[in-house]
Design a protein. Structure first.
Length: 193
């Protein structure tokens, strides 16, 4: 099946289409494209977008612009964006990672979702299993979407265990005078050293 860019000629694959766009936007030179594709096939990098960035061949902003042209939608840089915790946790982590999407913002009855492939035909039904909003899809980089999802669901390394806090609070409540004396003695010993 040939992919078609917005009123442009058809291309065989996503890589071909993206290279055509990058060439038309003067981000890649025509003479370099074939060797670039061969280098990508030899590399261990799974995604073409990641390959372009990791090799320093294109800036992230330019790549997002090209993806926006390819998918005919707005491109969003999700790196560093502060996502609404409630929106993100409405979807299971594994569902978002498997389909590479994250809810971006809500405006009334409309939910904006950033996806690595906003043209995925299954995506509206997948998102619709969890919310009843009207959904508008934007495009973003898969690796940034993955990082954002994991940031919300993986436990931070610096977080203190709640049961440790609860045990200390309980001790202070049960023995306030003894706790205060212990803390004062510890401070005096520290000052004496």
């Amino acid at each position: 099946m040939a992919l078609t860019m917005k009123s442009e000629k058809s291309c065989i694959s996503f890589v071909d289409c993206l290279c055509d766009i990058l060439e038309k936007q003067n981000m890649l030179k025509k003479d370099d494209i074939e060797s670039l594709k061969q280098e990508f096939l030899k590399s261990s990098v799974p995604g073409f977008e990641d390959f372009l960035i990791e090799e320093g061949l294109i800036e992230k902003e330019d790549l997002l612009k090209a993806l926006g042209i390819f998918y005919t939608t707005q491109a969003i840089d999700v790196q560093g964006f502060f996502f609404d915790h409630h929106l993100v946790t409405m979807f299971p982590k594994d569902e978002m990672l498997r389909n590479m999407f994250i809810p971006y913002e809500r405006d009334g009855a409309v939910l904006f979702v950033v996806a690595a492939n906003p043209h995925n035909d299954d995506l509206p039904a997948i998102v619709g299993k969890y919310v009843s909003y009207d959904v508008v899809f934007f495009v973003g980089l898969a690796r940034d979407i993955k990082d954002a999802i994991e940031e919300y669901f993986d436990k931070p390394l610096y977080e203190v265990e709640p049961d440790i806090i609860d045990a200390e609070d309980a001790r202070r409540e049960e023995h306030p005078v003894e706790t205060m004396i212990d803390e004062l003695q510890a401070d005096e010993e520290t000052e004496g050293d």
